[in-house]
Design a protein around this ligand. Structure first.
Ligand code: ATP
Ligand code: MG
Ligand code: FE
Length: 338
């Protein structure tokens, strides 16, 4: 089974060819990061326009890199939510047009299901059930992956997503956009115990997260430095912030692993490429006898290969979409709008 997959939910225009669910034949990503940097974040209107400019050439390159023609594809897969509506519509429209013109079945995919499925690419033996921590630009979820395409969210953020917190704190300490990779890098030169930032507990829900208080604590710290006429040490602030995020993610995940009794644990989404987070989970899981899985950084942030992987299992489950497939900006994980 060969699948041409398309992803355009945010600021990456991406296409990939995936064979039999786990073999990536090509993975083309046109990132708009440079375009949005001067605004300090993704500007939806600019993202949509750029997707329109790039989508056809990205798709053509994905087929060429895979040394395949469109007629050799068994399905056209596309992210239809969640994400920016204008950005999603570009991919959805392209996928529908290709599917209609070539008479190849259309399969709509949930973006976060794609992030989770990225783990299958390099871990050929990984199969559900397992527990997965999804930490991306817009989501922080603890998810029970019961089966392919079957999910139960047992914890979620009450406010900011983990990636969002990284991006906002990076802006405040002058590192710029996108913040995650920059904080990751400067943290290696800082002392994670230099400043004690709060580890938020969400009273009634054991596995829920909250990151906006932590972000405020960092801003307050920067303000107080300024009022005292002291210069904040950027590397120490970054390292201490990152440590606070990691501590909460590890603690909640390990609690859930113990409570639910899973022996397999995976992480997914852009923040899953954070070197400190990976190290913390590697150590903790090794100590607890848990098998720990994570995608390579390239498959953590947005890409179409992960969409092709998720689409394969949907396709095998008989999921097909009609030409009335629409972008669903707030699509829920595990929800299928067919
Ligand atoms: P979503 O998937 O929730 O719709 P998104 O697609 O914008 O959101 P991703 O592409 O999964 O998000 O991830 C981007 C996020 O990951 C950004 O917030 C970015 O700062 C963060 N990120 C990327 N690399 C790192 C890193 N090394 N450390 C921490 N955060 C990182
Ligand atoms: Mg992005
Ligand atoms: Fe994403």
């Amino acid at each position: 089974i060969s699948i041409l997959a398309i992803e355009s939910s945010c600021d990456e225009t991406a296409a990939a060819v995936v064979r039999n669910g786990r073999e990536v034949l090509s993975n083309v990503i046109d990132s708009q990061i440079a375009l949005h940097t001067e605004y300090g974040g993704v500007v939806p209107e600019i993202a949509s326009r750029k997707h329109i400019e790039k989508i056809n050439q990205v798709i053509e390159k994905a087929l060429a890199d895979a040394d395949r023609t469109l007629s050799q594809m068994d399905a056209i897969a596309v992210t239809y939510g969640p994400g920016l509506v204008g950005a999603l519509l570009v991919g959805v429209s392209a996928a529908k047009a290709i599917s209609f013109a070539s008479n190849i079945p259309l399969v709509g995919v949930h973006h976060i299901e794609g992030h989770i499925s990225a783990n299958y690419i390099e871990n050929k033996e990984l199969k559900p059930p397992f527990l997965c921590l999804v930490v991306s630009g817009g989501h922080s979820h603890l998810v029970v992956v019961k089966d392919y395409g079957e999910y139960e969210i047992i914890g979620r953020t009450r406010d900011d997503a983990a990636g969002e917190a990284f991006d906002k704190v990076a802006r405040a300490i002058g590192l710029g956009y996108p913040g995650g990779p920059k904080i990751d890098k400067v943290s290696r030169e800082g002392n994670p115990d230099a400043i004690h930032f709060p580890r938020a507990k969400v009273g009634d829900a054991a596995y829920d997260f909250s990151f906006s208080g932590l972000k405020s604590a960092v801003l307050n710290y920067l303000n107080s430095c300024q009022m005292k006429g002291e210069e904040a040490v950027v590397a120490d602030v970054a390292a201490s912030f990152q440590k606070a995020v990691i501590d909460v993610l590890v603690e909640h995940s390990m609690d859930a692993i113990a409570k639910y009794g899973y022996k397999k644990f995976a992480i997914a989404g852009g923040v899953a490429s954070n070197s400190g987070l990976r190290k913390a989970f590697e150590e903790t899981c090794a100590r607890e006898g848990i098998d720990f899985y994570h995608p390579s950084p390239l498959y953590c942030t947005d890409n179409a290969a992960m969409i092709g992987v998720a689409a394969y299992y949907e396709y095998r489950n008989g999921v097909r979409h009609g030409f009335d497939l629409n972008a669903v900006p707030n699509l829920k994980l595990g929800e299928r709008i067919v």
